[in-house]
Design a protein around this ligand. Structure first.
Ligand SMILES: [Zn+2]
Length: 244
């Protein structure tokens, strides 16, 4: 049914319709796991990488108008099955219906990555420090720099949503942008995967090689459990309670 035929629906009817659609899709085998944040105010992320991602997005006026609605959409548990891959982000967002949000992010330019590695050479002690954001002021400034750092600028971001009120940045897309920040709290290495660079090279640049002391699968790979322990956070994601 086209969206405009839902115009006479009450909010409660809409919630019930979307909830039953989610239940139907779960039954078919789709996970529909909601992204949750425990941070009640302001930026929804709480670690260095998550907060830095959100603060980067907020620093551009391009998205300003939709960001507050996006934050509350995320807090209400409306973002599901977030996937972050090389150059791409995907999630479902529950609104008047369930929408597909796809965001493309340009790969970090090789020259920029090389320059960034050079600027932090000798400053990143090991992989755990890097991923947990235990970084010196110089490194933090370098990785978050708008011109030469790791985070994308609006011209490197292509937004897409299947909703009917699609504009340059709808609230669904804004919610997913914040969800990425929340995801980086527990899996900061996804930022590097997204920009298609190897984060262990930042440690290599310090001349020490990847930190293998954590007992991961070689090359400094941290298991989710180890990261959870490291950051003192619970990575288990509770079932969604839909509140549109
Ligand atoms: Zn949308």
């Amino acid at each position: 049914m086209p969206w405009y035929e839902y115009d006479d629906e009450s909010p409660a009817e809409r919630r019930a319709r979307v909830s039953s659609e989610i239940a139907r899709r779960r039954k078919k085998g789709e996970p529909f796991v909601a992204i949750r944040t425990e941070v009640a105010r302001g930026v929804p992320a709480k670690t260095f990488w998550g907060k830095a991602w959100c603060e980067n997005i907020e620093s551009y006026s391009d998205y300003e108008y939709r960001l507050p609605r996006g934050r509350s959409y995320l807090r209400q548990g409306n973002v599901f099955d977030l996937e972050i891959d090389g150059g791409s982000i995907f999630a479902y967002v529950a609104g008047s219906a369930i929408y597909d949000v796809e965001i493309s992010i340009a790969t970090l330019a090789k020259a920029r990555w090389r320059a960034l590695k050079g600027s932090v050479a000798g400053e990143v002690g090991n992989l755990v420090d890097l991923l947990s954001g235990r970084l010196g002021d110089g490194v933090m400034a370098a990785v978050t720099d708008r011109q030469s750092g790791l985070f994308p600028s609006p011209e490197q971001i292509t937004l897409n949503c299947s909703c009917p009120d699609w504009a340059d940045c709808c609230k669904h897309v804004a919610a997913v942008m914040y969800a990425v920040g929340v995801k980086l709290d527990s899996e900061p290495e996804l930022l590097f995967k997204l920009r298609e660079v190897d984060h262990t090279e930042l440690v290599d640049a310090a001349g020490e090689g990847p930190d293998l002391s954590t007992g991961g699968a070689g090359a400094g790979v941290l298991a989710a459990g180890e990261l959870a322990e490291l950051f003192g956070i619970d990575l288990a994601e509770p079932e969604a309670a839909i509140d549109l």
